[in-house]
Design a protein around this ligand. Structure first.
Ligand code: AHM
Ligand code: MG
Length: 340
């Protein structure tokens, strides 16, 4: 791939203003995205300091899912809350790290949008200096609702008006969709601005690469066992090709690879969890990632149904996730449907 040509580069601000002029977003959604991007820059600085910033290790607290919070989980959550409190664009925020949604304080005007985020996804990777990220999803606040509660967030993924993630890797990148394709911006650290580096990310339809935590294999249901058995059988097996495997254990990094060069990412439910829900959260992990992947020509299901069509029942609900190259997602889904 050739070097990025800086002349005529387009900043995130310019990109969003052009989208506003084209009638794809309003000024308040533009502001919301700019504020989230600014918060991500600040999180990127904290993540980048590592041990020098005193930000590694446990916070000594837990979240509603019973997971130990890392210091950076808490820092990132606070940065996003503070940045979004006063702009007048939001009615409420909800986060992986908070039991319930937090309405915008009464001292500030309330806007028309609801923001959900996983402030620092893949946080088990923080202390080992592996890529982590922030995932976010934007919904409209239902009309007439002045004091939103958790129930107002329970909208299917198809209703998202924007979704994105910021990956804190060797470079910091913001990947965004407002329903007009999926675009990637790289943080110019000297200038402090995100610059459009890939317009229209495209997930190739077929792939030879999968991402699964194989250590759970013995706990999977039968169609999942069958699907992976056939992947591993190689070119003499039923799939007729050799597959490679990658697992970073940061959804943001695994999905970023898939948006860049294709592949399929799978976190199925397993028999350790009788509720059949899987590990990943629908509202602030699966839905925004499915939106980004679909906007890039890929697909996302829970093994049976399109993720974006699921009707949520709880803010922190979990869901099995199969997303990426559309032929491979269709194949994995076929194994499950054939078994039912
Ligand atoms: P987190 O939001 O608590 O960081 O958990 C989500 C992460 C995903 O980023 C990743 O795909 C998955 O958990 C990794 O799970 P495992 O440790 O089972 O491989
Ligand atoms: Mg997460």
């Amino acid at each position: 791939m050739s070097e990025f040509d800086k002349s005529g580069s387009i900043s995130l601000t310019r990109h969003l203003i052009e989208e506003e002029r084209a009638g794809h977003i309003g000024a308040d959604l533009r502001l919301l995205i700019e504020v989230v991007a600014r918060a991500c820059k600040s999180i990127s600085v904290s993540v980048g300091k590592g041990a020098l910033g005193g930000v590694l290790g446990e916070a000594g607290s837990g979240n509603i899912q019973g997971e130990a919070q890392k210091k950076l989980d808490v820092i990132a959550n606070d940065v996003l809350l503070e940045a979004n409190a006063w702009g007048g664009h939001l009615a409420a925020c909800a986060s992986e790290e908070m039991d319930h949604c937090q309405p915008i304080p009464d001292v500030y005007p309330r806007g028309n949008y609801l923001l959900l985020f996983d402030p620092l996804d893949g946080s088990s990777n923080i202390d080992v200096n592996v890529s982590v990220g922030t995932i976010f999803s934007v919904l409209r606040c239902p009309e007439g609702v002045t004091h939103p509660d958790d129930s107002h967030f329970l909208q299917p993924g198809t209703t998202q008006v924007a979704a994105g993630y910021c990956i804190y890797g060797p470079s910091t990148m913001l990947v965004l969709s407002i329903g007009q394709g999926t675009h990637a911006f790289t943080l110019d650290r000297e200038m402090g601005s995100f610059v459009l580096t890939t317009r229209g990310m495209t997930v190739p339809a077929s792939t030879k690469e999968f991402a699964i935590n194989m250590s759970n294999q013995r706990h999977w249901e039968t169609p999942m066992q069958d699907y992976v058995r056939d992947l591993l059988a190689g070119e003499t097996g039923p799939r007729g090709k050799n597959f490679n495997m990658r697992w970073i254990a940061s959804m943001v990094a695994d999905v970023h690879r898939i948006l860049t060069r294709g592949g399929v990412f799978i976190y199925p439910w397993d028999k350790k969890d009788p509720s059949k829900a899987g590990k990943l959260r629908l509202m602030y992990e699966a839905n925004p990632m499915s939106y980004l992947v679909e906007q890039a020509g890929g697909a996302a299901t829970n093994g049976r149904t399109r993720i974006l069509d699921l009707a949520p029942t709880q803010l922190h609900q979990r869901v099995p996730v199969f997303l990426g190259s559309r032929d491979e997602v269709a194949k994995a889904t076929e194994y499950h449907l054939a078994h039912d």
